[in-house]
Design a protein around this ligand. Sequence first.
Ligand code: GLV
Length: 325
Amino acid sequence: MTHKVVVTRGVFDDVLDRLRAGATVVDNQSDVQLDAGELAARAADADALVCALTDRVDAALLERCPRLKVVANIAVGHNNIDLAACSARRVMATNTPGVLDETTADFAWALMLGAARRVTEAERYLRDGRWTGWQLKQLLGTDVHHATLGIIGMGRIGQAIARRALGFSMQVLYCNRSRLDEATERSLNARWVARDELLAAADFVVLMVPYSPATHHLIGAAELARMKPGAILVNTARGGVVDDRALVEALRQRTIAGAGIDVFEGEPAFDRDFLELDNVVLAPHIASSSVATRRAMAMLAARNALAALAGERPPNLLNPDAFNL
Ligand code: GLV
């Protein structure tokens, strides 16, 4: 009997072809986000779910999908999946680590540079017809080169962000649960510090931690108050890591100089007050969105799903206890 794979969002055709070679596929190429009821209805007799961070995979869903063997997330972050509930039902869960590190690091830099040099604000100024001529003091920004970069969350993506800082002659401070080995620290010119020290010293603070109850509102009013008045905050991690309301206030009061934000609490809804602020660069959760990377992510999710269906251990298994030999 062929397996049934439900793909919850629009993906590249070659990803569907790859899945179709090993299974019957129900796709969603119209890419309309499925609500919990629709998702459960589609997945009710599925053996595999290839899903996205917009899909909530919890005990209630799993309850309604008794055949499910694997949930393959097209994302490295997996806070949309209740791993304990998956393990309890022996459903394997997988993610897509490794393939998006460099692209996500590029985008963190795009936000840093964009916010520091006021790129989107300058474009709005130009498009609005407000530019009447060159001025010495026009749209003055902040230098990135030779500044201090603070990275909170120094996993693969954090390190990719730090590598780029070498080209900008920056000093790098980082906090992470565990310290990097000395050789890596040396190669990145990076120093492990306590979070408060990083917040007080960094000109740019980039967040690259996974979302969990432990990182909920990791940056709130108190942390923003610790940052330098000229500092810029970049969130390419997850919505909820920053208290967005507190950030709006800090940007409004100029407690910090600016921000670059790719992820929001409760997205796709977000605090509309951000739209009133010129000192923030906003993006709709696209840090990994290059053609090559999004294709690689979806392909890796397909590979994980097919491996699990073939009875093999998927390459990116998150809950090894669900792997039933
Ligand atoms: C994107 O946010 C991801 O987790 O891959």
